[in-house]
Design a protein around this ligand. Sequence first.
Ligand code: UD1
Ligand code: UDP
Length: 377
Amino acid sequence: MSRRAHRDIAVLIGTRPEAIKLMPVVRALEEAGAAPGVHLTGQHRELLGPILADLGLVPAEDLGVMRPGQSLAELSARLLTGVQGLLRRRRPGALVVQGDTTSAAMGALAGFYEGVPVAHVEAGLRTGVARNPFPEEMNRRLVACVADLHFAPTPRAAENLRAEGVRPESIHVVGNTVVDALFHARDRLLPRLPPDPALEPLLRSPRPLVLVTAHRRESFGADLLSIAEGLKRLARSFAGRIDVVYPVHLNPHVDSPMREALAGVAGIHLCPPLSYLRFVQLLLRARIVVTDSGGVQEEASALGIPFLCARRASERLEAVEAGVGEMTGPDAGALFAAAARLLEDEAAYARRAAPTTAFGDGRAGERIAAVLLGDAR
Ligand code: UD1
Ligand code: UDP
């Protein structure tokens, strides 16, 4: 890919984490003098709006692929043809996709079909289990097959790619851009954020805050209910001593059962998804985090906030090895026991509460921009 071609870069964003994790790339490209085009697929809308505003991302267009109740196949088909149309109209020199959503996978495939070079940010994450997480494990394997440039967040991710036969020269270990976004939010954006009266009591409460997120497709049904049961036990057993805060994902398979299971439980505060800056504000105040989110695990790791991973398989074992993360799975008893230990045992907590740079040092965006613009040394 020529240096000139790389200056005309299209950045594809489908969901909340893609916006957060691509913002540092867009910023670094702009700082290097390029003018990347930001294109939304429309996979997320309500979740994305406040985040784009927080991050100052101005999209050039929105492909509007979402339909109520559509299947993954229908979503994929709309994405494939939608991104194809975008690439035919714009003919960018490169297409940047991030992570393992269906927007990223179909975007990359459309790039491949159209002969537009594809750069994959957060490449090489694997659990090795085809259906866990579903459909993300297969989405990211697909992107690896068609991408021309692979930006691996960690050495392990790069090793995963090499083991699959990806050309070593096309792999760059750069760190995860989520750390860039987090530090930028904490150090530059939060100091200017006016207080939100709804969150102030939680931010000022002397009680330890347990911050929760859960949304994975493979957990729909029994596993989500088990996570809810673990949270209920925690809230009852630490009644009056902790605040559990859970911004509930808008996916109806998450929102309805979790609200039914947890609404009205004393000590558990359910709220709609938060804007990025409000979420980071709570995260910075959190004593522990309970999550099945990829991005939230990385953020908690960078800040040294001990977290419990409510999933059966993880592609982010670096956090567990560093000690800050613990795999409990969705089992109610295991979640409750691990959380209670962290809340009661100061020494155990202190051993876990160390920030790690395992996922990055906050400079991934500039490294990616340098490679994309052909300036990498
Ligand atoms: C999607 C990604 C997942 C990623 C997650 C991040 C796929 C298949 N899933 O999961 O990999 O980890 O985003 O959050 O790519 N909804 C809204 N408004 C929104 C967003 C979602 O109403 O802004 C509701 C809609 O009813 C929608 C449903 O959530 O149909 C599911 O959205 P979808 O993007 O298919 O899956 P997510 O669970 O959000
Ligand atoms: N996040 C947010 N508001 C919320 C919950 C999470 O802005 O109410 C952010 C969080 O800081 C992280 C990202 O969303 O950067 C994670 O997205 P999500 O859990 O949806 O997806 P995943 O990382 O699991 O793909």
